[in-house]
Design a binder for this molecule. Structure first.
Ligand SMILES: Cc1cc2nc3c(=O)[nH]c(=O)nc-3n(C[C@H](O)[C@H](O)[C@H](O)COP(=O)(O)O)c2cc1C
Length: 161
């Protein structure tokens, strides 16, 4: 006679989180402000589905406004060594005035490249610069109305050595 053993697994429960989010690697999105100065927006909601990029972008971020207006950006993937730069970027926004809900934690920064010491490199097909320190840089356009869905046009990767 065979016996069926129930595997011992922890008990689970059904929950309703306010945000369904399990985290993805950090990317720095470069886009151009109205005055042509590049902005850098850190995000962790970025996925590639083939050459389509999907971003989870907050509506009040300067980055979102720039993507809506210029229809292009660079998605720069960060490596561990850049964590201090990401921390420095975290409380900065290119939005002036600062949206009310960010007023306590954010400050306006018109030139984030200079503020945190990152290198702007000319892109091949978009106006927004790439970030030289980032190991992978994806030049992309906004082909339809939503600034959250991008089409990758060019992929750059650092040459090892
Ligand atoms: C590590 C990290 C991850 C973040 N992930 C996101 C994200 O996925 N989506 C988003 O809209 N904002 C995200 N933020 C917050 C934006 O960086 C913030 O809205 C900032 O204002 C963007 O800069 P900007 O207003 O100049 O565009 C993240 C911030 C940090 C530091």
């Amino acid at each position: 006679m065979s016996t069926t053993r129930t595997p011992q697994v922890p008990a689970s429960e059904s929950i309703s989180p306010k945000i369904l989010y399990f985290g993805t690697p950090v990317a720095l999105i470069t886009s151009l402000n109205e005055n042509g100065v590049p902005n850098i927006g850190p995000v962790s909601s970025a996925w590639a589905l083939g050459w389509t990029l999907v971003l989870g972008l907050e509506t009040t971020a300067k980055t979102t406004a720039n993507l809506g207006r210029n229809r292009e950006c660079v998605v720069n993937l960060v490596s561990e060594e850049l964590h201090e730069k990401v921390e420095k970027l975290a409380p900065l926004t290119g939005n002036n005035p600062i949206p009310k809900h960010k007023a306590e934690k954010f400050r306006y920064e018109p030139d984030k490249f200079a503020a945190v010491g990152l290198t702007a490199l000319k892109s091949d097909v978009v106006q927004a610069p790439r970030i030289g320190e980032c190991p992978i840089q994806l030049e992309a356009i906004v082909p339809r109305s939503s600034p959250q869905i991008l089409r990758t046009l060019r992929v750059h990767t650092l040459i090892a050595g």
